[in-house]
Design a protein around this ligand. Structure first.
Ligand SMILES: Nc1ncnc2c1ncn2[C@@H]1O[C@H](COP(=O)(O)OP(=O)(O)OP(=O)(O)O)[C@@H](O)[C@H]1O
Ligand SMILES: [Mg+2]
Length: 310
């Protein structure tokens, strides 16, 4: 049985205007894996996460968490999940300690166990020193870490985190990545949303790319990267790239001022390009294609600029 499964999930918001936020999304998350939903602003990530976590009803289609239907068996689903929403609103009088400890007690944990898991979670997000400060006096990132800690402290089998690291500094972000992977080692299942490519690439076992309410790719990072025929990127920089016209017109590429990324199918050709550029006094560097390159290509972004052949 999958940890999370959705079948043709549709969500239409009926407000002043009708928004089709999800247009039939089917995905499957295995037990014990960290699954990332990657998509641009407005793609439907939060909508999907809120339906799966029983906070929002679907318009059509079905979703299950550990086999429980999220509509008919919402109570059972809630017993097994912990959620970190995108926009955390903390109760100002609560301290990080109280968030972790009381929420764990509410979930039926013993006092002893709740103390242990709260301490572990607060230390993991480096909030132990601030554990007795009221949330009203914490910074935005510290508040967010308090809510993440509360989810980590719970004994929930499935964690759902909506952009948990947005607003966190680079050090705190990495700390969260480490903890998430530790939770996976302990056997939990994690559903994460992000639009940070590095995050998706560093922590995910599998990921799905969602765009305008549709799932456009799903798989491991290697599987997603194999969806484009270009395997290398060469970044060239210089005042005039005229000498590289042949390469530029034959491949997809994109320029940012004096820099241009040229996408190349095979390694030998990428090396040829680098050699030629260096010979002509340009800066050049070849590396494997990144998740960001593939993402931009799949959602039809600027990677296709200047594509003449293929
Ligand atoms: N309550 C609502 N009423 C009407 N439209 C909504 C509502 N909530 C979201 N939407 C629309 O549904 C679409 C998906 O929104 P959603 O919040 O799921 O995106 P997201 O992928 O989480 O984006 P972000 O990265 O900005 O958080 C967007 O077009 C948004 O404007
Ligand atoms: Mg969102």
């Amino acid at each position: 049985m999958e940890a999370v499964k959705s079948v043709n999930l549709v969500k239409t918001y009926h407000g002043k205007e009708t928004v089709e936020a999800l247009k039939g999304v089917s995905l499957s998350i295995k037990k014990g894996e960290l699954f990332t939903l990657l998509g641009p602003n407005g793609a439907g990530k939060t909508t999907l996460l809120r339906i799966i976590s029983t906070q929002l009803l679907p318009t059509n289609g079905e979703a299950y968490v550990l086999g429980f239907n999220v509509v008919d068996r919402a109570e059972s689903v809630r017993e097994h999940i912990a959620v970190v929403p995108q926009d955390v609103a903390t109760y100002g009088n609560f301290t990080p300690w109280e968030y972790c400890y009381y929420f764990s007690l509410l979930r039926g944990m013993t006092k002893q166990k709740a103390k242990e898991t709260s301490e572990k979670a607060l230390k993991a997000v480096e909030l132990w020193e601030l554990k007795n400060r009221t949330c009203a006096t914490l910074s935005g990132g510290e508040k967010k870490r308090a809510i993440i800690a509360a989810a980590l402290a719970s004994d929930a089998e499935v964690l759902m985190l909506d952009e948990p690291t947005s607003g966190l500094d680079a050090v705190a972000r990495r700390k969260v990545w480490i903890v998430l992977r530790e939770m996976i080692e302990e056997g939990k299942t994690i559903l994460l949303t992000t639009h940070i490519m590095e995050e998706a690439e560093m922590v995910s076992d599998r990921l799905a790319i969602i765009h305008k309410g549709e799932l456009i790719a799903q798989g491991t990072i290697e599987e997603i990267k194999s969806l484009t025929k270009e395997k290398f990127r060469v970044v060239v920089e210089g005042k005039s790239l005229k000498t590289l016209d042949k390469f530029i017109s034959n491949h997809s590429s994109v320029s940012f001022g004096s820099k241009r990324i040229i996408y190349i199918d095979n390694g030998d050709e990428a090396i040829d390009l680098v050699k030629k550029a260096l010979k002509n006094g340009l800066k050049a560097e070849a590396s494997p294609i990144t998740l960001e390159d593939v993402f931009v290509k799949l959602i039809g972004g600027e990677m296709n600029e200047n594509r003449k052949n293929g």
